[in-house]
Design a binder for this molecule. Structure first.
Ligand code: PHB
Length: 395
C-alpha cells in the first residue's frame, strides 16, 4: 500500500518542534567546516548497552574513513535519550535547535524515535535509524530523508514464527512489553505462525521497561501452548530469560523470540539461554570477510564482542558516508543525497544489503540457537525478507 500525504513537509505538524526551533531555516554550512552528526541514543537505562554499541561502532567506521565524510571533518554530538518517550521531543530539538546538527542518527526505542521522525519530516534533516523498528517511521510517518539500517519489528518475529510453524508447532503464545516494538513484533510472529498453519492463541504484556514477569509466567502452564515467543531486549531480556528458566518451563515449553532476546545478553543469561531459538538479521560466526574484520576491529576498540546493535551502528556510518559522498558533504542537497542512499549496496557484517522502497534493509532473517555463549546460525528463517511497506509518497 502506498502512503500519500497532502501536507507540505515544512507545514506538517507546525506545532511542537517548529515552535521550539523558532521556524529557523536550516543553514547550509561552508565546505570544509565540520559536519555535525547528532547521535541520540540510550546511554543509560535498560537499553544502555545497545546505545553504547551503536555509537562505538558508528565511531569505529568514521575513524576507518579518516574521520571525514564527503570531504568534511565530522564532529559527533552524543545525547543520552534514556529511552524515555516523555523527553524525546525536547532531546531531538536540542540536537537540531541548540547544537545545530547537520544529520541525526538515532535511536533504539520505537516510541522515542518518533520525535526524530517528526523533526526530519519538518526540517528535512537527514535521519538514519540504527535500531528502532516501528513501522510508522518508514510507512505512515515516512519522509524521503528517513532511512533505516536495522529492521522493522515485524521482520525478525515473522522469521521465528515461520520457523516454529515449519517445525510442527500448532499453538503458541506471545509475551512482550506493551509498546510499539512489542506489539508489532507480536503481529510479525502471528503472521509467521500463520504462514505455516499455526496459531497465536494468547498475548501477555507488561509496561516498558518493567521486569516483574512473575504474574505473566504464572499464566503460561494454563495456556495449552507448545512454545512461547517474546520480544524483550537489553536488561529486560536478561531478566526474562533467567526468570523463564527459573520457573522450570525451558525444557517443557520452548522459549523463542525476536533475536534481541539473546543479543548482547548471553554472558549475563548464562545457561538459562541455552537452547533458546531466535530469528534475527545477524548471528555469531557469520562467515564473511567483512564480518571477521569488523568483529576484530570492534573487539580491539570496545574490549567486548560485537552484536547486532554494533552492526547497525557501523552500517549507519557506512550509509551516511554514501549520501554525503554524493553531495561533497552537503546534507541539505536532499535530492542527490537521498538518491545515492536509495541506490546504495552496503557491505555489511551481516552480509551485503540494499534498501527496500520504504528505506529498510532487505535482508536474510537467520534462525539462531543460543549455545555456550553464542547465537549460532542454524539456518535461514526467511531469505531476503523485505518489510511490506511500499515506499514513501509525501507531497
Ligand atoms: C524498539 O523499540 O524498536 C526496539 C528496542 C530494542 C530492540 C529492538 C527494537 O532490541
Amino acid at each position: 500500500m502506498t502512503q500519500a500525504y497532502h501536507m507540505s513537509r515544512r507545514t506538517f505538524g507546525a506545532g511542537l518542534a517548529a515552535a521550539a526551533l523558532g521556524g529557523l531555516a536550516r543553514p547550509a554550512r561552508a565546505q570544509g567546516a565540520p559536519l555535525k552528526v547528532g547521535l541520540m541514543l540510550p546511554f543509560s537505562g535498560t537499553f544502555a548497552s545497545l546505545g553504547e554499541n551503536i555509537a562505538g561502532a558508528f565511531e569505529l567506521h568514521l575513524a576507518e574513513i579518516g574521520n571525514r565524510m564527503g570531504g568534511r571533518p565530522v564532529q559527533i554530538v552524543r545525547l543520552d535519550d534514556e529511552s524515555d518517550p516523555s523527553k524525546a521531543v525536547q532531546n531531538a530539538n536540542r540536537l537540531v535547535g541548540r547544537d545545530r546538527v547537520d544529520a541525526l542518527v538515532g535511536t533504539v526505542h520505537s516510541g522515542v524515535v518518533m520525535a526524530l521522525v517528526q523533526i526530519s519530516r519538518e526540517r528535512g534533516v537527514p535521519l538514519i535509524i540504527p535500531n528502532a523498528g516501528n513501522a510508522a517511521a518508514t510507512r505512515e510517518l515516512c519522509a524521503p530523508t528517513i532511512f533505516r539500517t536495522s529492521f522493522t519489528n515485524w521482520q525478525p518475529a515473522y522469521g521465528i514464527g515461520r520457523a516454529l510453524a515449519q517445525q510442527g508447532v500448532k499453538k503458541a503464545a506471545w509475551v512482550s512489553w506493551d509498546y510499539a516494538a512489542g506489539q508489532e513484533a507480536g503481529a510479525g510472529f502471528r503472521d509467521g505462525l500463520k504462514s505455516g498453519g499455526a496459531e497465536l492463541v494468547k498475548i501477555l504484556t507488561l509496561p516498558f521497561p518493567e521486569t516483574n514477569f512473575q504474574p505473566l509466567l504464572a499464566q503460561i502452564p494454563g495456556l495449552g501452548v507448545e512454545a512461547v515467543g517474546s520480544f524483550f531486549a537489553g536488561g529486560g531480556a536478561v531478566q526474562f530469560v533467567r526468570d523463564y528458566a527459573a520457573a522450570g518451563f525451558r525444557d517443557r515449553i520452548p522459549l523463542v523470540g525476536s533475536g534481541f532476546l539473546t543479543e548482547g545478553t548471553l554472558g549475563a543469561q548464562g545457561a538459562a539461554a541455552d537452547g533458546v531459538r531466535t530469528g534475527l538479521h545477524y548471528g555469531d560466526g557469520l562467515d564473511n570477510p567483512k564480518n571477521k574484520a569488523f568483529r576484530s576491529a570492534f573487539r580491539d576498540k570496545m574490549k567486548r564482542e560485537a552484536d547486532v546493535y554494533a552492526v547497525q551502528g557501523y552500517d549507519a556510518a557506512q550509509l551516511l558516508a554514501v549520501g554525503l559522498g554524493a553531495t561533497r558533504g552537503d546534507a541539505t542537497a536532499e535530492k542527490e543525497f537521498v538518491a545515492a542512499m536509495e541506490k546504495a549496496r552496503i557491505d555489511s557484517p551481516r552480509g551485503s544489503f540494499t534498501l527496500s522502497p520504504s528505506h529498510n534493509p532487505v535482508q536474510n532473517i537467520y534462525l539462531r540457537e543460543a549455545r555456550g555463549g553464542e547465537n549460532r546460525v542454524i539456518g535461514i528463517a526467511a531469505e531476503s525478507l523485505a518489510d511490506p511497506g511500499t515506499g514513501c509518497k509525501m507531497t
